[in-house]
Design a protein around this ligand. Sequence first.
Ligand SMILES: Cc1cc2nc3c(=O)[nH]c(=O)nc-3n(C[C@H](O)[C@H](O)[C@H](O)COP(=O)(O)OP(=O)(O)OC[C@H]3O[C@@H](n4cnc5c(N)ncnc54)[C@H](O)[C@@H]3O)c2cc1C
Length: 556
Amino acid sequence: MSALQPISGKDHAAGGETYDVVVVGAGFAGMYMLHKLRGLGLTVRVYEQGDGVGGTWYWNRYPGARCDVESMQYSYSFSDELQQEWDWSERYAPQPEILKYANHVADRFKLRPDIALNTRIDQATFDETANTWRVTTSDGNTVTAKYVVLATGCLSNARMPDIKGLSGFKGKVYHTGHWPHEPVEFTGLRVAVIGTGSSGIQSVPVIAEQASHLTVFQRTANFSIPAHNAPLSQEEREAFRAKYPEVRRFAREETRNGIYTEMPDRGALDDGDNERRTRYESRWAYGGLTFMAVYNDLALNKAANDTASDFVREKIAEIVKDPQTAKLLQPNNHPIGTKRICVDTDYFATFNRPNVTLVDIRSNPIEEILPNAVRTAARDYEVDALVLATGFDAMTGSVAKIDIRGRNGQTLNQKWAEGPKTYLGVMSAGFPNLFIITGPGSPSVLSNMMVSIEQHVDWITDCIAHMRDRGFEAMEAEKQAEESWVAHVNEVAHTTLYPQANSWYMGANIPGKPQIFMPYIGGVGVYRQICNNVAAKGYEGFVMTAVEQPQKIAAS
Ligand SMILES: Cc1cc2nc3c(=O)[nH]c(=O)nc-3n(C[C@H](O)[C@H](O)[C@H](O)COP(=O)(O)OP(=O)(O)OC[C@H]3O[C@@H](n4cnc5c(N)ncnc54)[C@H](O)[C@@H]3O)c2cc1C
């Protein structure tokens, strides 16, 4: 086969179609990947297990679901026409609007003809002789592709808790990450929400307004900052759009988390008590994730972090009237920001409602689900419906579900048994021509994901163009470069407070999952620079192979 002439058609040996690239997943990552690869004139097939595009926003339809990075920034930047013409209605758009946006993008860029919906990828096997991947779909077809791009999402594998008796529950059971498409009515019902991470914190206030009684089962109290969500006026949108070039550049190049905001110029202990409180009050009043940007050392210095953690704990005590409940809601087992910080609308105030009860399942664990109740070590709570807000097998969960076999028949799951190993978060040694978008070892979930998705897609596209232009057939991360990167990711994580929390960043929410810090904490600006440097040095740390001779680009 020639080096990446656009190819498409029947591969008779495999019994299926042949493409230049197979992309797995049609969320924001998969859709943009398709758009960019088409720009290279390549044949691309996207496979999506859901029956619509949008990924996260297709699956997470729970009450109160919305983004927590402001919509003017949680949106694609690759098309100025798109960002100028799309009107976000609120500061933080609700899930239906973000899903509408994803569908608009699919139509506007005519993506649908190359996306196969309702089709899961179950297996991908590298053929070392042909330098191609054989990809098997849930309907039993096998297609062949030179490249496979995993756009499978970091938070797409919903975690079902293993609770005795769950399957015998007589009422309806919902998982926030697999919410039904038809409206769910809780009016007049006694509802249990299990889990108080981001999805629980967003859904609790909305469900409380409908349910006759809501019982919230909390294992870990989490820090949450008020969103202060509000409609966006035309003037606000226009003002933001006018500065888009600088907003996007700044978010990509200058920040750690991909969010345009005022950057801190000092540490928390550089200010006296009064000045510090004024600053925290002002960020609290502004709302949202940028609370953590008030000082530059909150993720680094425990004493500095304590000032912010204490401030939020005090706010919780001010809002929640019952002191016992307030105490339970005050996070006390991790520094603020070391677990994903939540953004809420009236979460803490919801516990002042007479129809809401908080149950601490750290001291009284759930023992069993009965047909009509949740049984804890202390007592039974009768309920009519269960909402599982128990999160995801994050970052690796959806990749692990695919049987991926690279060189010498090694599976990716075997290779990652001790924790994911990648070079730059985009490739794993021994798995040539297999790219991962926002994979472990990249900033991914620590950032505005739109920024990270676009950066990876652009980088992968450039890389494939580079290979095509130079006649390379296969590209693979070098083992040594990968080991150095894994060590670097780990080292940077341990200069911060992050590893102090039992978070899903560490895999700690999944029993038996190896606990290593998965995302790269160095920040999106630094990371982008590293990736650009690697590319500028002819993809340093990767081995590219032409049909005739291998070319090694050693990492310095
Ligand atoms: C409730 C919620 C709110 C969030 N809010 C924000 C926010 O405000 N800001 C932010 O930056 N990030 C947020 N995130 C993270 C969010 O996941 C990303 O922002 C982004 O949507 C990820 O896009 P993606 O395309 O990489 O992955 P996804 O949107 O997860 O899409 C991956 C797709 O791949 C499909 N797939 C997986 N495996 C297979 C397979 N084997 N075969 C076929 N298809 C497969 C899945 O069905 C899914 O549709 C949020 C996540 C959740 C769950």
